[in-house]
Design a protein around this ligand. Sequence first.
Ligand code: FAD
Length: 464
Amino acid sequence: MTTPSIDATRLHGRLSALEGVTATVLAPALEGASADFGGLVRGRALAIARPQGAEGLCALVALARAEGFALTPRQLGYSQSGQSIARDGVCVDMGGFGGIAIDAEAGTARCGSAVTWRELLAATAAQGLAPLVMPFNLDLTVGGLLSAGGIGSTSHHHGMAVSTVDAITAVLGTGELVHADAAERSEVFEAVLGGVGQFGFLIDATVRLRAMGPITRTWCLLYDDLATMLADELVLQSRHACVHLEGFASAAVQGLRRGPTGRRAPFARWFGGLHVSTEFHESQPPDESLLAGLRHRERVHVEDSPSTDYAARYDLRFEVMRATGAWQQPHPWFECMVPTETGLQQLPEAVTALPLLYGDGHRMMPIADVARPRFVMQPPRPLGLAVLPMGIPQAFQAPALAAARALHDRLLALGGKRYLSGWLFEPDEAAWRQHYGDQFEALVARKRALDPDGVLRSMLSFPR
Ligand SMILES: Cc1cc2nc3c(=O)[nH]c(=O)nc-3n(C[C@H](O)[C@H](O)[C@H](O)COP(=O)(O)OP(=O)(O)OC[C@H]3O[C@@H](n4cnc5c(N)ncnc54)[C@H](O)[C@@H]3O)c2cc1C
């Protein structure tokens, strides 16, 4: 599908005439929709259309097919490589799809794609329940997270959030409204989840819930080295009582040292930090058997907090990012999963080789190897690495991208799979073939089947 030259006024008129859709072509709104949190890719939204319900969305897709313009689903625009930025097309604001219905007996919640994980948790916690996997940032939307995958501090047991979905409702690139699960219309279910907005619009998802203890106890453990910390994370992965698990690479900066060319650069001694958490009721406080046999150097902190408060523990980080201007800086975020055996040997060195301009606090965690949608790629027994600086000052952008590229090449050569929300270096067909491996041809066929006119497009050049 090529982009015809589109008259904005006419487009606005055509979109506004659709029942159940509002539209805008105001410059500030278009400007916002032409960028994302990554801050490294710019596109061009010609209009923003906001469907109020499924019927309006179906009509919008029909119009796009008839008139030959592209559509890009968007929730908050928190992706980092243009995944939610229109490429001379219409940005589809999915903010109108709310609603939460909890079935406590079935242990599920059906929620609209615009629902935030904070809203979902507030609703489930009232019944002593929580989603099996939630992101660290509770303000992310259900639709945005499930389009990427969804990693959180329970992923060592439950995998990605997409693996905890029972059913979805979606509008495809054909304009068809579909209710799908693993048995019925599975070709839709397995493509839309983790499909980075390329197969259809997620309207709602039914996610599985777990019983949540009201109090969370967290032990903060300091490790002398990352290899020992990673090995202990694998031990904890097999312990049911370890409800939440987070590992960090922590840098103790040691000043400046001469590099190979004589130029000085800051260097650090790296330590590991683990947050190991369990949930409990006041009547039954946990014992410390969860920590038995672990090889940390020191227990630096222990705390109890209400479990809903624990889930929101990163709020301060995001507040600080906004208050300091870091939120507006570029974010060449890098997430990758590598096979555990290789990761145990290679990740500690790969992480400590990163320049300190990336800061520290890099996350390193095992992810459960559970059933997941067909096109969500991960290596066997994945070990995840996430490099998520608050922001990279403009002056450091070039060396930061060079370092991320080197890490990307290094980890992909080890069989790593990138998480598709991060900075992906404008992948070409060879890169997509490497990412999807033996699923590549099936993916392209699925794209053609569910979106035959290539209506769903973004600044992320997806294979078609
Ligand atoms: C501060 C911050 C913290 C983060 N923390 C985590 C974390 O803890 N765990 C984690 O896994 N990820 C995390 N992420 C990454 C985040 O999950 C992804 O970038 C996610 O896709 C962003 O959601 P969004 O609502 O902003 O979606 P957008 O950026 O608007 O969209 C993301 C992708 O999904 C598509 N899309 C959006 N809505 C729909 C829909 N309804 N139907 C179909 N496709 C759709 C878009 O086209 C695009 O391809 C974080 C990102 C940020 C910026």
